[in-house]
Design a protein around this ligand. Structure first.
Ligand code: FAD
Length: 508
């Protein structure tokens, strides 16, 4: 029997690959042209696959590595050399992938056994035990506590360390404009990674999409970890240099600081270079060795990986296939061009898009409170926003991008979100240094120069009053909307229509 290793399963110690004598890997390049993927994303996946292949071969494992257009071509080549071969693979977290692979293998006379994916911290059975027959909306906080108990992370004698489950109220501080963090590590490309990088950059603009996708022009030279050694080094660097202040400034946004104290590990974790358990354990151990590390930093980080990441995977499974096209607010606008070009006078949007263009990354609050907040209140169709995130980010895979973008960011279905993450410029001004030097006035909602976040926020509430007005979590904001007289509402609608025209003519 041979082990089929997919491009997001690149850990040598988990799953069937840990004991394999023979491994099969397929690098299907047609995937790369399916949408306008960022060259950093393509380089990360394909370079990490080739590096993994080379490490396996060095350790004596036979690896049949097929570089071809499609998975079908890869299996054609494989079964020509190994007729009737029996394969085993860990289940892919993305909807339908394992079934498709199984059909491709069986059509060629082989067998494919699909086993549990050990690169996560929870199983399907654990989720079922936790969720029971409960109906959505599922609650993250309940699942997170269940996972703390199941794993014993940050628990003493059955109770949470420090007495509280969650220290989020300590994690929303703004450090001031002058705040600086150590530069995160950048890994030099070796010949293997560089070859993929040159290919990925030249692919720009030649996608199979209709219309052809725009280019991610001028990315920085590729620097993300593509080997296990580099990923472990990135983890150590995070724990040693940035973990202590991860918690308090987790939600802050600074024009000159793209990484702040974030781990920058999602790309490596999502391809399997790091197992979430070893990341959490390194963080807990690091905090033990550096006793000044505040508990809110450690707990805040553990919650993301043990709670949110696992929760997203299970709610995606529960929500698919409907989740991918869910659109309960009937949002139909096209994604503004500024999401691709970064050309806008809105300083926040321009800076965050610029970061995505350069590095295929922005941190969580930038994704939620700038990008998807803007798209939500502008009325962008969630599936379009999902496609954009999927194309642009180094860590984007359908199983993780979809619940984050369609559900959390766009309030697509209500499978776990109980209200939309819609906000005015108040939030951006409180948590960032963007508004001070912006051409738009963060204090104005109407008239020339009014910040689009303000105008669109009120117009969004007004436009969706039938769907959201009865939502008890939105009672307060709707009471503020009620206080606006007809004249003010007319000015808001007029300005919102101007903002849309500006966005369409790329003059936002
Ligand atoms: P840190 O801020 O340092 O967090 C630690 C780790 O926790 C991350 O590495 C990640 O593995 C995990 N994590 C935290 N939040 C989430 C979450 N909501 N879902 C899944 N994992 C989480 N994450 C992705 O991995 N891929 C995506 O395509 C993706 N798209 C997103 C789109 C939107 C609109 C939003 C709001 C969030 C998205 N996230 C996605 C979640 C989160 O923003 C990223 O995981 C995080 O920013 C990655 O950066 P980091 O490693 O520096 O994370």
């Amino acid at each position: 029997m041979a082990v089929l290793v997919l491009g997001d399963q690149l850990h040598p110690a988990y799953g069937p690959v840990a004991d394999a004598d023979r491994v099969v890997m397929i690098e299907a390049t047609a995937f790369a042209r399916r949408r306008a993927y960022h060259p950093h994303k393509l380089t990360l996946v394909f370079a990490a696959m080739r590096q993994f292949r080379d490490r396996l071969r060095e350790s004596g494992t036979t690896v049949d590595y097929y570089r071809c257009e499609t998975f079908a071509d890869g299996f054609d080549a494989h079964f020509e050399s190994y007729p009737d071969d029996d394969l085993v693979v860990m289940e892919s977290p993305s909807y339908g992938t394992s079934d498709r692979l199984q059909s491709l293998v069986e059509e060629r006379g082989g067998t494919l056994e699909v086993v549990e994916n050990d690169l996560f911290l929870s199983t399907r059975e654990q989720w079922d035990e936790h969720a029971g027959d409960g109906d959505p909306p599922y609650r993250h906080e309940n699942f997170y506590r269940y996972m703390r108990r199941e794993t014993g992370y940050l628990m003493v004698d059955g109770d949470p360390v420090g007495g509280e489950w969650n220290y989020d109220d300590e994690n929303q501080q703004f450090p001031g404009e002058e705040y600086e963090t150590p530069d995160p590590p950048r890994y030099e490309m070796d010949a293997t990674t560089r070859e993929v990088w040159e290919w990925a950059r030249n692919l720009s603009g030649s996608y199979d999409t209709d219309p052809p996708g725009p280019e991610w022009a001028d990315p920085e030279p590729f620097f993300w970890p593509t080997t296990r050694e580099q990923a472990l080094d990135a983890l150590d660097t995070f724990v040693d240099e940035r973990l202590a202040e991860f918690g308090p400034y987790q939600d802050a946004m600074l024009d000159d600081e793209w990484s702040l104290n974030h781990a920058l590990l999602s790309g490596a974790i999502n391809v399997g270079l790091l197992h979430p358990a070893e990341v959490i354990e390194a963080v807990i151990e690091g905090a033990r060795e550096q006793p000044d590390t505040p508990l809110n930093s450690v707990e805040g980080f553990v919650r993301q990986l043990l709670g949110w990441r696992e929760f997203m995977r299970h709610t995606y499974r529960e929500g698919m296939p409907e989740l991918a096209s869910a659109n309960q607010l009937d949002a139909t606008e096209d994604l503004p061009e500024a999401f691709w070009t970064g050309e806008t006078d809105m300083r926040c949007l321009s800076d965050v898009v610029d970061g995505v263009r350069k590095r295929g990354y922005s941190h969580h609050i930038e994704r939620l409170m700038i990008l998807s907040n803007f798209a939500l209140i502008y009325g962008v169709e969630p599936a379009q926003l999902n496609d954009w995130f999927h194309a642009g980010y180094v860590d984007a895979y359908h199983w993780v991008t979809t619940p984050n973008v369609v559900e959390m960011g766009s309030f697509g279905r209500g499978i776990f979100a109980t209200k939309p993450y819609a906000s005015s410029a108040n939030y951006v001004n409180k948590m960032s240094d963007y508004c001070g030097d912006c051409d738009y006035y963060h204090t104005k909602a109407t008239g020339e120069g009014a910040c689009p976040f303000n105008t669109l926020y009120w117009e969004f509430l007004d436009r969706n009053e039938d769907s959201l007005g009865d939502n008890h979590r939105m009672g307060l904001v709707y009471s503020h909307l009620e206080n606006k007289d007809d004249e003010e509402m007319a000015a808001i609608r007029e300005r919102a229509s101007e903002v849309r025209s500006m966005a369409e003519s790329m003059e936002l």
